[in-house]
Design a protein around this ligand. Structure first.
Ligand SMILES: C[S@@+](CC[C@H](N)C(=O)[O-])C[C@H]1O[C@@H](n2cnc3c(N)ncnc32)[C@H](O)[C@@H]1O
Length: 400
């Protein structure tokens, strides 16, 4: 099967449904407008039509799930009507739950680690400023705000062929320690990842500097919709996205692994939720010896999160890639997890990322989902074994 064929089929059916629903909505709105607001009869008929239409289409629409906290509104659109509306608090930026150590201060950023002598746009200067050092000596972004092809290719290769890249096995893995403090199992391994470092407050460049992309927030038109493959809610783009576009970052509560483990234990004793929303921030655990518990962090978007909590998993050929981004803290225990497109994405395509789930990992205590990503490379369909996992970590591998 060709790589893009599933997408083509999905897109045309979603497209048709979406256009039909919008045409009905648009016609009703036009009719109401042209009839004049004083015509109660016309209004009643229009409302009746809307009710019939809603019954037939069971359509829910929320104009802005962000409650005005993002620069753009993000709608929720339900063409199917058989799922509860999401119940969470929308937050546009990460927030510490309780014990996580995230120390943000100007004093922690050394003068030589920021661009205190730059002005305007760092990308337009003849040589890369100090902020490019952590990104391999060059900026990751083009002047159009897209990821440079070479940088994107290197990140894709790391995700798709992790065995060819540097992996680190913690001497005392914080993840395993959270599960069993007395006799922790061996570390399953973490991939040391490429980081992007953006300019920040101590830098003298402007907010429009080309090396400030993720911190400027969401600029693309996105929509939450109900998937028809039983995955629950999903996220799609309403505009075409070029390769290397920033879409959004994964926002949630910042928890220590220990806190996440305790939270999971409490919630599974109350009855298991169908969907789970934590991700590990383990991209740089390898650079430390033994990581302290308060430094081993994750993001949980279950109760507080942003639009990224709706991005579903797709094995291997997902259209998004997650990249760690350093903004306000020089150490890499805490960072932003930003999603960029791996290729051109068409308007109305569902946005997906590969959670990196190993569906054959039977050691994790919490049962995961039966994957219905539809990819020709689906790991679940191939293994046909029960998936077990408790957190999303695209970097966890198995020592043979
Ligand atoms: C981060 S949430 C994604 C949003 C979720 N679909 C919702 O309705 O809120 C992750 C959860 O979505 C579901 N999910 C994501 N990708 C899936 C897939 N490929 N197949 C089946 N379920 C999936 C699983 O229940 C998973 O625990």
């Amino acid at each position: 099967m060709e790589l893009g064929s599933n997408f083509a089929a999905d897109k045309s059916s979603v497209n048709k449904e979406y256009v039909q629903a919008h045409n009905v909505e648009r016609d009703i709105n036009r009719w109401v407008r042209s009839s004049g607001s004083s015509s109660s009869i016309n209004l009643e008929v229009a409302q009746q039509q809307q009710i019939n239409h809603d019954k037939r289409r069971a359509l829910h629409k929320i104009h802005d799930i962000t409650n005005g906290t993002e620069k753009l509104s993000i709608s929720l659109f339900d063409e199917i009507g058989n799922e509860h509306l999401p119940n969470f608090v929308y937050i546009p930026q990460n927030i510490i739950y309780q014990c996580a150590y995230v120390h943000v201060s100007l004093a922690r950023i050394a003068d030589e680690d920021c661009c205190a002598s730059c002005a305007g746009d760092c990308l337009s200067s003849s040589f890369p400023c100090a902020c490019a050092r952590d990104t391999g000596g060059d900026f990751a972004y083009t002047p159009k705000g897209l990821l440079k092809k070479e940088f994107l290719r290197a990140c894709i290769s790391m995700n798709e062929e992790p065995q060819k890249h540097y992996q680190f096995y913690c001497p005392d893995c914080p993840l395993e320690r959270a599960k069993n403090a007395y006799t922790p199992a061996n570390c399953k391994g973490h991939l040391v990842r490429k980081f992007i470092k953006e300019c920040w407050r101590k830098c003298r460049c402007s907010m429009q500097c080309g090396n400030r992309v993720v911190q400027r927030g969401i600029t693309r038109k996105l929509q939450v919709f109900l998937t028809d493959e039983g995955k629950g809610w999903g996220l799609r783009t309403l505009e075409e996205l070029p390769e290397g576009s920033f879409v959004c970052e994964y926002v949630g509560e910042i928890l220590t692994n220990m806190e996440l483990y305790e939270r999971n234990k409490r919630s599974s004793s109350k009855g298991k939720d169908r969907h789970t929303y934590p991700v590990l921030l383990d991209a740089d655990w390898g650079s430390e010896g033994v990581l302290k518990d308060e430094d081993a962090l994750c993001l949980d978007a279950t109760y507080y999160g942003n639009v990224a909590r709706f991005i579903n998993h797709r094995c291997f050929d997902a259209n998004l890639l997650e990249i760690p981004v350093e903004v306000e803290t020089p150490d890499h225990h805490y960072y932003h997890l930003a999603f960029f497109t791996k290729r051109k994405v068409h308007a109305l395509e569902e946005l997906t990322w590969d959670y990196g789930i190993d569906f054959n990992d039977h050691n994790h205590p919490i049962e995961a989902f039966q994957c219905s990503c539809g990819s020709a490379y689906c790991r679940y369909a191939k293994g046909k074994k029960l998936p077990l996992f408790d957190v999303i970590s695209p970097k966890i591998f198995h020592q043979n």
